[in-house]
Write a protein that binds this ligand. Structure first.
Ligand code: PMP
Length: 439
């Protein structure tokens, strides 16, 4: 019997004992191709010797020094490197231990900024229906995933959720992608005006939507218009790149491809690449300076923020991404993956959409391609694909997404950037088997 909860006791999962490149290995010796990097985490693959050595060296030198007293060399070096490559205007870095901590901190930072600025009425957050921002109460409130929110009703913060930018389902046939992008962004201005601009503090969104919908990229121009609207009403733009950041979409930060820079940017997952739990929140000098000139500090903190070993791992990961040309590789191999998925599933009667950017790809499954009708949720297609793929030795990340109660099944693919062409073939072959077994 396993004493690890919550899921393990029920599912009786295999015991992972090793990792090599794009594969995980269980205690029976079975190998699994990591087609989703866990949950878009393992960008470098498993068993990276340089990252392991950097972690070991840091533990041998300094394992921990509380940030209430000290900063540390790896935290300073990682912050410098991130700011050197971050979108224009981002100037300060706050390290945390994961994605939910990053988004939670972002919400609190936005609130404190306006209080210190003398605009205490600004406390409302706007986010999107098709989104996931984490599992702590603030982050869960910001997310629009109905299933994850369902049981926590009375505790959740009151966050407005506007429609996402979701071309496959929400663009009209007579509308260009650009026109749709503008119309989708208009929902933000409408909501700001409905709430009263003087009460709104921030808009939070994932540049490419991950865990709720399977790699949904924005329509062209959507985020540029969102940025204009935020600026017009003095609303902060918080971009959550916890899943889509750190090179996953083919640029170090996903928002680079949309030509926008946020006021606050959240990263995690790929930052530690699975070697250490580490995330970060980046913010502008204006936000930082406002707090510095006011109360003097961010009224927030966890014991393990800026952890030396976690930031040393992050530093080794970012150096590997940049130094080994892995971001460009994610872009190139991502195109190969897209081509292989299109060849294999482009005409499939139950594949409605294949999408994404770089090494962040999604497939949307439908009961009927013409009407785009989703499968009956009771059929549990996503869960069955996950199970069949796992049995065949493929880790992929299937999920059911919801917008206003309409459910669809998706598969998210996010392999390590080091993946070879032959392994992409293995991935598509095994996924095809799993889809056939599930439908
Ligand atoms: N934001 C996004 C976009 C995510 O995908 C996730 C995790 N799937 C989170 C936040 C939360 O991150 P964590 O699980 O590390 O708390």
């Amino acid at each position: 019997m396993s004493h690890v909860f919550p899921r393990h006791s029920k599912l009786n999962p295999p015991v992972a004992v090793g990792g090599e490149g794009c594969y995980l290995i269980d205690s029976t010796g079975k190998r699994y191709l990591d087609g989703s990097g866990g949950a878009a985490v393992s960008c470098l693959g498993h068993g990276d010797k340089e990252v392991a050595a950097a972690i070991k060296a840091q533990i041998d030198t300094l394992a921990f020094a509380h940030t209430g007293f000290f900063t540390s060399e790896p935290a300073e070096a990682l912050a410098d490197l991130l700011i050197e490559h971050a979108p224009a205007g981002l100037d300060r870095v706050y390290f945390v231990s994961g994605g939910s901590e990053a988004t939670e901190a972002a919400i609190k930072l936005a609130r404190q900024y306006f209080v210190e600025k003398g605009e205490p009425k600004r406390g409302k957050l706007i986010a999107r229906k098709q989104s996931y921002h984490g599992n702590t109460i603030g982050a869960l409130s910001a997310g629009g995933n109905e299933w994850r929110r369902a049981q926590f009703g009375p505790l959740l913060l009151d966050v407005s959720h506007i429609d996402p930018c979701y071309e496959y389902r929400l663009r009209r046939d007579d509308e260009s992608a650009e026109a749709y992008g503008l119309r989708a962004a208009q929902a933000l201005e409408d909501e700001i005006l409905r709430l009263g601009p003087e009460t709104v503090m921030a808009f939070m969104a994932e540049p490419v939507v991950g865990a709720t919908a399977g790699a949904v990229p924005p329509a062209p121009g959507y985020f540029r218009r969102i940025r204009e609207i935020c600026d017009k009403y003095g609303v902060l733009l918080i971009l959550d790149e916890v899943m889509c950041g750190m090179g996953r979409t083919g640029t170090l930060f996903a928002c680079e491809q949309d030509g926008v820079a946020p006021d606050i940017l959240c990263i995690a997952k790929g930052l530690g690449a699975g070697y250490q739990p580490v995330g970060a929140m980046l913010c502008t000098a204006d936000i930082y300076d406002t707090l510095a000139a006011g109360s003097g500090f961010f009224q927030h903190g966890h014991t393990y923020i800026g952890h030396p070993v976690a930031t040393a791992a992050g530093l080794a990961v970012v150096r590997a991404l940049l130094g080994r040309g892995l971001v460009g590789r994610a872009a190139r191999q991502g195109e190969t993956l897209m081509r292989k998925l299109t060849e294999r599933f482009g005409q499939h009667p139950h594949v409605g959409d294949i999408r994404g950017r770089g090494m962040f790809r999604g497939i949307e499954l439908v009961a009927d391609r013409d009407t785009k009708a989703p499968f009956d949720p009771g059929k549990g297609v996503a869960g069955k694909i996950k199970k069949a793929a796992f049995e065949a030795g493929l880790i992929c990340y299937p999920m059911s997404g919801t917008i206003d109660g309409k459910t669809g099944d998706h598969v998210l693919l996010a392999p390590p950037f080091i993946i070879e062409d032959a392994q992409l073939d293995e991935l598509t072959d095994k996924l095809a088997l799993a889809i056939e077994a599930a439908i």
